[in-house]
Design a protein around this ligand. Sequence first.
Ligand code: EPZ
Length: 423
Amino acid sequence: MEVIRIEGGHPITGEVTVEGAKNSALKLMAATILAPGVTTLTNVPNISDVHVMGKVLKKLGATIKVADEHTLVIDTSQVDRWETPYNLVAQMRASTAVLGPLIGRFGKATVAMPGGCNIGDRKIDMHILGLEALGVRFDMEHGDICATVPDGLIGTSVTLEFASVGATENLMMAAVRANGTTTIDNAAREPEIVDLANMLNEMGAKVHGAGTPVINIEGVSELHPVTHEVVGDRIEAGTFIAMAGICGGPVTVKGFEPDHLGLVLKKYEMMGLTIERGNRQVTVSRTQPLRPVDIQTLPFPGFPTDMQAQTMCALSLAEGSCIVTENVFENRFMFASELSRMGGHVVIEGHHAIVHGVDGFSGATVKAPDLRGGAALVMAGLVADGVTTVYDIGHIDRGYERFVEKLQGLGAHVERVDVPKIG
Ligand code: EPZ
């Protein structure tokens, strides 16, 4: 099995360019179901979650050509099935993103109920409630949710209990084919939602207000294939920004919109980083000690939960204590327990983590608990005293393309190593 081994204490400087956003690309791929024909997606990250979504689409009858490493040519004209099997949904919860497009195109879908995952039980009750309001009927059969639209999809008003990214996306992708207009209130506002709405409109949909809490969608009778570029990955960018922050930099991170990390950059400047904003890039450096800053995760434009572990890592090296509050997922502090093996001092109280700054980390063997926690452990290894070995790096490969190579390109002493299985 492969592990990532990091020799701490080496500075990182130079330039790194991030890929297209995982959390947009997966939904854009699902949305191609709505437009029978050949859609080309560019700036697609070459990561395992994209490969899984490709398997889901092929299972439904689509064909996918990898034109170059970051361009997918997806033909959905022959999609003639609407069941998504458990083994694929279990591998990746985002497979449920085909629910809306299948209902929008065929008026039916059978999707395995997503199980929980390390960061929470990942329910889809808001997806189901919202789609039911549009006229979808759900039956549960042997772990699958079977959707039908006995009287067709009818535009309506839906208020989400929580600004759920996935629920907003599934509702949008069904509503584009409904009779009449749908209003989604308390909609998620993430840049990935805007990217999806932009592509749907390029396909002939009429989606207004994406990026605000109220999205209006006028149903249309058909959508046509397009070519669309995936928005830059703000979380991959934020991960390298956090790394540059604890190592000192200067590092220039390219390929994303700095505005998509507004609050993160503000908080990082409060922590003592110097961040120079440019056109689709930032340059990060730090010469002063890290300062503690309280963080609470919230839906966009709040502080992103996907940057929580990386930020906790940095705050663990600040002069003093602070509180990190996780409001989005119910169990997203596993990184803290792994970090304690490296000398971190974080006390968990429910949704709050009291982070006490320590003088430094010591290299250790640790396990990636999830995608972002794994990246944050590699980040801790960059400045740890000695060697850190991170196991379960499959989590990291789900969302970070060429993570090790990019860090090597910045001067980090990091490598992927084959080791015998533990235990
Ligand atoms: C998306 O997950 C992202 N994943 C997550 O990124 C991200 O953390 C999250 O949005 C929040 O920004 C993808 O886009 C593939 P939610 P999603 O629906 O859509 C609860 C990463 O590291 N909820 O906004 O699943 C849910 O359990 C991943 O890249 C319900 O209770 O997030 C969670 O606690 C991790 N019922 C909270 O809401 C529902 O019907 C937010 O979920 C839906 C969600």
